[in-house]
Design a protein around this ligand. Structure first.
Ligand SMILES: C[S@@+](CC[C@H](N)C(=O)[O-])C[C@H]1O[C@@H](n2cnc3c(N)ncnc32)[C@H](O)[C@@H]1O
Length: 198
């Protein structure tokens, strides 16, 4: 049921996630993004950064099917069947190496819903969030196949423009989007990159 605002509130998505067996209501954000930007296809290898508790990885699994591979990375534990779990901090080189070993030759999409631990200091939280997207872009440079796709969450603020341009330099198509499931969290937006230039 939509709310009187024409979209579901965070609580409604939370309830729906429980009913439909998703580990987080964030799952609906990725579902909505993929409707407009189909960057995950059957048979793909997908790296999900900041994957715990696993909602995005569940959605990625649905899209890649039995012939695909989802690698779910987080410092926190992830309890999800059908994915390769890598427990680690993506800012550490060992973690990137472990992802590369798990992925083999090709990564078709990198998706990141990573959030920093919030300090309550708006500009610090923004800067930390931008840093996590930069790390996700570094992972893309190291792992992503030409034509690959990218999605990453960022908290809006004054460093946004440069980050947006950094995505644009790497992908033929780029955009910032706020899926309906994200609108209760008005400070966050999702950067999309399609067709990595390699
Ligand atoms: C909003 S949650 C992700 C929710 C997830 N997309 C889902 O649908 O279940 C953000 C996650 O980012 C992770 N994270 C933050 N910084 C990280 C880092 N440097 N390396 C790995 N994971 C990180 C946190 O541990 C947290 O689990």
């Amino acid at each position: 049921m939509g709310s009187r605002h024409g979209y579901r509130s965070g609580d409604e998505y939370y309830k729906r996630a429980q009913e439909e067996g998703y580990k987080s209501r964030a799952a609906y954000k990725l579902k909505q993004i993929l409707e407009d930007h189909p960057i995950i296809r059957e048979g793909d290898t997908v790296v999900d950064l900041g994957a715990a508790p696993g909602g995005w990885s569940q959605v990625a699994l649905e899209h890649v099917g039995d012939s695909g591979h989802v690698i779910s990375v987080d410092m926190r534990p992830i309890d999800l069947e059908g994915v390769t779990v890598i427990r680690g901090d993506i800012t550490e080189e060992d973690t990137l190496r472990a992802i590369s070993e798990a992925a083999g030759l090709s990564v078709d999409a990198i998706i990141s819903d990573m959030s920093p631990n919030l300090s309550g200091n708006w500009s610090m939280d923004h800067a930390r969030s931008v840093y996590l997207v930069e790390v996700a872009l570094d992972a893309a440079d190291a792992l992503l196949e030409p034509e690959g796709g990218f999605v990453a969450k960022v908290f809006q603020g004054d460093l946004f423009k440069d980050l947006y341009d950094a995505v644009g330099e790497r992908f033929d198509f780029h955009k910032a989007t706020s899926p309906a499931a994200s609108r209760d969290e008005s400070s966050e937006t999702y950067l999309i990159g399609e067709r990595y230039r390699g």
